[in-house]
Design a binder for this molecule. Structure first.
Ligand SMILES: NC(=O)c1ccc[n+]([C@@H]2O[C@H](COP(=O)([O-])OP(=O)(O)OC[C@H]3O[C@@H](n4cnc5c(N)ncnc54)[C@H](OP(=O)(O)O)[C@@H]3O)[C@@H](O)[C@H]2O)c1
Length: 299
């Protein structure tokens, strides 16, 4: 049997590059869509999700069986400042993907976020009410709705604060930023009052590859299995990498000069993924061990 053709959007991103690498290893024929930052996994191709015509052309050439839509405008403050761009990318872009998938009867997987929730209580389950408090969350939720009402075979996988051992698109992620600062012995302010479910990109990639291989449908929380404050997360990092934890200064959300509001507790309940996936969400200790191995392999 020929390998299934898998097209990923956002393959140059923090989740996308790990996912593309793993999907390739698992035997999929991988088409890696990037917008500005070339990625060298599978068959790379340039794709702007906003441009429906060029996207249809791409789909006509590739004829994907599976589409993993991870491309998004993920800069939360930029989404708030430039709502038009956020809407075009995250909503219209997703609409274009849905239409292209319809045309080619592809199975569609949408990577979503904990920011669809209000964030006033945490440990959200898949069917809890969504009520985003910023435009990024709103635009991602609108994308979810388009996917879920598309009539296509579809899966929505929600993650939270993705981190990984390698920078993506020339940018460090939250964990790498903290490590870099601590290694330089710089003091860093980190929030004690924001709770999340930090998600290692390789673990998320593994869960999504498995879910895709088994043609899962519906909504799944595929995040880390530990609800933790950003502060305690960075303490874990410092312990794991034997760095000075006294450099980590407790800070509060109210001190931050963010343009967009942030949820205080958008942690995700992951028992559905735990019960159904062989690759389970990792608790923080398991994730730290794996992150260290991956970071040392990369350094
Ligand atoms: N990062 C997090 O903490 C987090 C948490 C929960 C959920 N998520 C979701 O997970 C997914 C992946 O996030 P990420 O952090 O891995 O992303 P990321 O590193 O910010 O990368 C964004 C990706 O989207 C692509 N992209 C942006 N605009 C595009 C456009 N108009 N057309 C085509 N591609 C475009 C970028 O391509 P170029 O770089 O080539 O321009 C890049 O590959 C997103 O859907 C996000 O909403 C992220």
């Amino acid at each position: 049997m020929l390998p299934l053709k898998l097209l990923i959007t956002g393959a140059s991103g923090l989740f996308g590059y790990r996912f593309a690498e793993l999907a390739l290893k698992e035997g999929f024929e991988v088409y890696s869509g990037y917008s500005e930052h070339l990625v060298n996994v599978g068959h790379p191709f340039k794709l702007n999700v906003i441009n429906s015509e060029s996207m249809m052309n791409t789909f006509s050439r590739v004829r994907p069986d599976i589409v993993v839509h991870a491309a998004a405008l993920t800069d939360v403050d930029l989404c708030e400042r430039d709502k038009v761009l956020a809407y075009r990318t995250n909503v219209n872009g997703t609409r274009n993907i849905v239409e292209a998938c319809r045309r080619f009867s592809a199975y569609l997987v949408y990577i979503s976020t904990d920011f669809v929730f209000q964030g006033d209580r945490g440990m959200y389950k898949e069917d809890d009410m969504c009520n985003p408090i910023n435009y990024y969350g709103y635009s991602k939720l609108e994308g979810e709705k388009l996917v879920r009402s598309s009539g296509l075979d579809n899966l929505v996988a929600r993650a939270s604060v993705i981190y990984g051992s390698r920078p993506a698109r020339g940018k460090v992620n939250f964990a790498l930023w903290a490590l870099e600062k601590l290694r330089k012995e710089e003091t860093i302010p980190v929030l004690v009052d924001q709770f999340v479910s930090p998600t290692l990109n390789s673990s998320l990639a593994e869960m999504v590859v498995e879910a895709v291989s088994r043609w899962f449908s519906g909504v799944y929380h595929m995040a880390g299995a530990t609800r933790i404050s950003r502060y305690d997360f960075v303490i874990k990092l410092a312990e794991t990498f034997d760095l000075d934890r006294t450099l980590i200064r407790p800070a509060k959300i109210d001190e931050m000069n963010w343009f967009a509001r942030r949820p205080k507790d958008s942690s995700l309940e992951v028992s559905k993924a735990i019960s159904q996936l062989r690759h389970k969400p990792l608790n923080i200790e398991e994730a730290m061990r794996r992150f260290k191995v991956e970071a040392e392999g990369f350094a």
